[in-house]
Design a binder for this molecule. Sequence first.
Ligand code: SAM
Length: 243
Amino acid sequence: MNRSIQTVEDVLTLLDALFEERADRWTDRGGAAWWDRFYADRGRGVPFFADAPEESLVGWVDAGDLPVGPGTRVLELGCGPGRNAVWLARRGAHVDALDLSEEALAWGRERAAEAGVDVRFVRSDIFAWSGGEEPYDLVLDSGCFHHLPPHRRISYRALLERSVRPGGSFALTCFAAGAMGCEDPDEALYRDGGLGGGLAYSAQELRATFGWLTEIELRRMRAQPEGSGLFGEPFLWTGLFRR
Ligand SMILES: C[S@@+](CC[C@H](N)C(=O)[O-])C[C@H]1O[C@@H](n2cnc3c(N)ncnc32)[C@H](O)[C@@H]1O
């Protein structure tokens, strides 16, 4: 059908397709195939390949700002090889962990088996997920949001609205403008094509996007000493919000 646009979702899907075309052509961070290639060599020194949970996540849980224990329901968006998902499962949480990349999920399943915990790793686009029987206590995103094209911020808000229970939490880690990521304005991304390896956000931009939630903390991640067992990179924002 040549005249396929009837709904907002049709427009969003069309824009996705345009970005994905670019992703293949320019090897930008795009679809599942790109991410499968990215994870194929586990020996590369990619910081988040380390099996270490975020310093912020661990800090919030330890401080009691983020209650996690037996029965806590967690949804992780773009879980990669599952370092946060497995840590949360060790605390007793039921974790649904979504990612586009089967390579990443296979690695995550191995880590969960080694740790002796159950994590429901699912190959799914975050926007296609409908398996959560009820809203979650915590929705967590470390490094997925900044790889979404601008128009998908609309879908992302709808996803949080249906996935975070009232009183539940949303934890986000993403590129900090001035330190990492592409700073081109949204409009330029559509004109020039691609996401430049991931979008940089200022604190003001994050507050504009997530201001409908209550901010508990938004700060730069803290670098961690060797051997701490925690992940922390100062070029990232880390934030905790309450619905
Ligand atoms: C920078 S990696 C971070 C992985 C993991 N959260 C971590 O910190 O170790 C971003 C992940 O998001 C996934 N991803 C990107 N867009 C996605 C989408 N629309 N649906 C599901 N996963 C997605 C990628 O496959 C990739 O594994």
